[in-house]
Write a protein that binds this ligand. Structure first.
Ligand SMILES: [Zn+2]
Length: 212
């Protein structure tokens, strides 16, 4: 399985293209602003995008959804608790002082805890990990997770945005992510990769007794 990361837009959001080299099946996770580079790879390698999977609906993670949908006809999946955020895309833009025509992408399916998607011989499992947003999910696949803005290398997602909660975020990380194998590679929504073991040992926000 080939994992490619694209850093998109002013918020330096990480979008991921996961593809199977023999079957050409692929998925796109969190296509942010101007996903032209992703579309170029899809086109040049003749990849077949099966799904567009979003970890959550903050503006920096969804601005490229419509372009990828149009180019690939792949269905777009999002947890239903983030639909209000998605529908508030123009409002999110306004709050950030962004000007433009932010058309809200149409959701083709809900994703919830335990849902599974197949990609060639691999399975992608959905872990419900709210706290950064009410509908944040993490995608688990082989020995990797795609954690969106739930967990970063040395940090955690903001909890001061609408619908955010430190208590809920901490519980999500403790109950869903930290029990994973320590060698699990964490691909986050911003910044560098890390592992579960490294974050358990060194993430300052997640040490016992830490409180905001
Ligand atoms: Zn976010």
């Amino acid at each position: 399985m080939k994992i490619r990361k694209f850093v998109l837009g002013v918020y330096q959001e990480n979008a991921y293209l996961i593809s199977d080299e023999s079957t050409k099946e692929s998925i796109v996770i969190d296509p942010g602003e101007n996903p032209a580079q992703i579309l170029e790879v899809i086109k040049s390698e003749k990849l077949v995008v099966k799904y567009i999977l979003n970890t959550h609906a903050h503006i920096d993670h969804v601005l490229g959804v419509n372009a990828v949908k149009e180019a690939t006809n792949a269905p777009f999946y999002l947890n239903e608790n983030d639909i209000p955020l998605l529908n508030a895309l123009p409002k999110q833009a306004e709050m950030l002082g962004l000007n433009g025509n932010y058309e809200v992408p149409e959701v083709d399916g809900n994703i919830a805890e335990g849902d599974q998607f197949s990609l060639a011989s691999s399975k992608i499992e959905v872990l419900f990990t709210p706290g950064h947003s009410p509908g944040s999910v993490t995608f688990s696949m082989d020995d990797m997770i795609f954690s969106g803005d739930v967990l970063f290398a040395g940090s955690v997602g903001r909890v001061d945005l609408p619908g955010g909660s430190w208590e809920i975020l901490r519980t999500s990380i403790n109950d869903k992510l930290f029990p994973l194998d320590r060698d699990t590679v964490v691909y986050s929504g911003h910044g560098a990769e890390t592992t579960i073991g490294k974050e358990i040992d060194t993430n300052p926000f997640l040490q016992p007794g830490f409180e905001f």
